[in-house]
Design a protein around this ligand. Sequence first.
Ligand code: FAD
Length: 421
Amino acid sequence: MSPDRDVDTDVDDVDADVIVVGGGPAGSAAAIALARAGQRVTIIDKATFPRDKCCGDGLTTGALRELQAIGFDPARVPSWKVTGDVWLRTPKGVSIAYPLPPGRGQYAAIAERQELDHQLVLMAKEAGATLLDGHAVTNVVARPSHIEVEAEGLGRLTARYLIAADGMWSPVRKHLGLTAAGYRGEWHAFRQYFSNVGPMAANDMFIWFEPEILPGYFWSFPLPGNRANVGFGIDRERVSVQDMKQLWPELLARPHIAEVLGPDAVAEGKHRAWPIPARIDDISLTAHRTFFVGDAAAATDVMSGEGIAQALLTGRWAAEAVLESAAAEGAGDPAAATAHYRDAVGNGLVADHRMSNLLKGMLASAAGVEFSVRFSGLNHWTRRNFARWLFEDYPRAQLFTPRRYHRRMFTQDGAYTDRPK
Ligand SMILES: Cc1cc2nc3c(=O)[nH]c(=O)nc-3n(C[C@H](O)[C@H](O)[C@H](O)COP(=O)(O)OP(=O)(O)OC[C@H]3O[C@@H](n4cnc5c(N)ncnc54)[C@H](O)[C@@H]3O)c2cc1C
């Protein structure tokens, strides 16, 4: 740890090249890439791992490909479950099963966050990062030549760069004075685990578009051992968070939902709720020597609320920006590094965010949902390709951004083709 020092003095001898605040998927992805490249990385997290994260636990093809690229082994996660079909149900009660391509790798999987995040942060340690968990960051000060981070029980630590992977409420953003007044996220979502669910919930993914919560939806995602992750999300502009408590038992009791969960399903403990930030095109992504990634950059998909893939991606992009600049000179060029990261996000996520926003508008009305589901469910070809698009097998706005096209984009295998499904 650094002793107190004259705060105005340049610092030659920093404690770490990069401090990562938050050891969720965004922070771990950044730390893994940096530590593997030889950077001295310290992850600070206020929680002690393994820790839970309120989430649907759904991994899209995009997330699976990122995990595979860093060498993550699904066998590390006992709750890893590759899903069967994906069922969508319209407000009028039309149910359509969307098959994911069989026998060609994994296109969607469920993995309990308590286990997934623990294994990711362990991978960062294995790569050489130092993990200081159980220490909340309490202050951040940006200096011309370095960053200072204060954390409970650790005192003050210094680094050349800071990666803020500290989630929806990003204390780093707050300490740097960049939090938008009154911002509480675009979505809010409930989650509860159930045991003893029936065979449908134990194998397939279900998404129910219930009229009161559009463009939000209710879900049931399968887990091993006849368990399921069940929950629902609402758009804060259309449904009040206060109404969610009352909606929860009402929605659970609906016959089509109760039938899928099965008569013997038992709720495990209490439900949890958490906001979901989704405004990557309207938030500061960097400050001097600081990169915001994952939920701290409001990077989740604004239509589905999925953010694990975006967390892994933005974490990696921030690491690549640091590495590129650090390769140039010891202390790096923060202006070039932060510009590099903003470009990566601009090219890689903003068009998809805008596309998702348009589609979310369509899903806000029952008629829009009926049209979208019936159209995408016209035949086997539309169903399969819609499922691949829904699970981010390729970028949401691919059709409108031909620069991102590559030859096998629409025909490529899923992730982990070497594993049994
Ligand atoms: C109910 C719900 C369901 C969801 N379902 C899905 C889904 O099925 N699929 C999907 O892809 N996405 C889903 N999401 C979104 C997804 O959970 C997030 O986008 C994702 O967790 C973002 O990862 P992250 O690494 O940015 O942040 P997080 O995973 O939130 O990690 C942030 C870390 O920062 C730490 N931290 C916070 N404050 C401090 C501090 N002061 N000092 C030090 N550390 C600190 C926290 O302890 C935490 O470990 C869901 C979200 C919700 C709320």
